[in-house]
Design a protein around this ligand. Structure first.
Ligand code: ADP
Ligand code: AMP
Length: 242
């Protein structure tokens, strides 16, 4: 475990559905002690609680489309304002459109770092912690296997894969024995839609960050532990926030 008082700053994981963003975000949480903010999870919580936003989002998510930007901003801003985000956070699944990326930049500069990070003279260091942006690149066929093979424990959120990380007993969570579920949007016909939405709407986000200082592409076709090691190397190499 790394130093849990160091300022890590924002870590953004970009990549198509099934690339392993959630899997790697959980490793980052363990090592750096910063929270994972998965917009997909936040939305699924709204769906499970039956909120108005959840009802609106469910119809969109089940078809594989993106929830409108304006709805996302409220959810993300609310979560990033929570005190556990002050040392940094790992965003998994956001930003997903060029507009969201622009919004996030403005949010981090104005509402996050200007309020949280000051230099030795007490002046604000606006944008002092530019995000580390890590793109997880995975082959298309591998993605289909990862998504259609994904199974989740509805009780503790653990994620399995029938091809790559099967549970010890078929379709049951290793920890509490709960029957595993397949996400509604992981059915093959929806998956293809999500992957094409990714190309069209999230492709520009990758271009937005490419060419900026701290953008790195990681080969996420590799086994989980190897991908994790590369990601830790990227995060450890940053020094602006420490
Ligand atoms: P995302 O959050 O990007 O949609 P997940 O982290 O949920 O992706 O991973 C998708 C599926 O692929 C899960 O079933 C997970 O267990 C599996 N998986 C993740 N990373 C790897 C990897 N490097 N090799 C094999 N399977 C993986
Ligand atoms: P995920 O768990 O990241 O695969 O997200 C599941 C679904 O939630 C996506 O297919 C979208 O419908 C919705 N979603 C998650 N994050 C976003 C976002 N940043 N913008 C719009 N929709 C999102």
């Amino acid at each position: 475990m790394a130093d849990n008082t160091a300022h890590i700053g924002p870590v953004l994981l970009l990549g198509p559905p099934g690339a392993g963003k959630g899997t790697q975000a959980r490793q980052i949480v363990e090592r750096y002690g910063i929270p994972q903010i998965s917009t997909g999870e936040l939305l699924r919580e709204h769906v499970a609680r039956g909120t108005e936003l959840g009802r609106e989002a469910k119809a969109i998510m089940d078809r594989g489309y993106l929830v409108p930007d304006d709805l996302m901003y409220g959810i993300v801003a609310g979560r990033l304002h929570e005190p556990d985000c002050r040392r940094g956070f790992v965003l998994d699944g956001f930003p997903r459109t060029a507009a969201q990326a622009g919004w996030l930049d403005a949010f981090l500069r104005k509402e996050f770092f200007e309020n949280e990070v000051r230099d030795s003279t007490g002046s604000y260091k606006a944008g002092a912690c530019a995000p580390v942006v890590i793109q997880l690149a995975v082959d298309y066929t591998q993605l289909l296997l990862r998504i259609t093979g994904r199974r989740t424990c509805p009780t503790d959120g653990r994620v399995y894969n029938i091809h790559f990380q099967p549970p010890k007993v078929d379709e049951l969570c290793d920890v509490d024995g709960t029957p595993l579920i397949t996400r509604n949007d992981d059915r093959e016909e929806v998956v293809r839609e999500r992957l094409s939405v990714y190309q069209e709407q999230t492709g520009p986000v990758v271009e937005y960050y490419r060419g900026q200082g701290q953008f790195v592409t990681v080969n996420a076709d590799l086994p989980i532990a190897q991908v994790t090691a590369e990601i830790f190397g990227v995060i450890d190499a940053r020094n602006e926030c420490q």
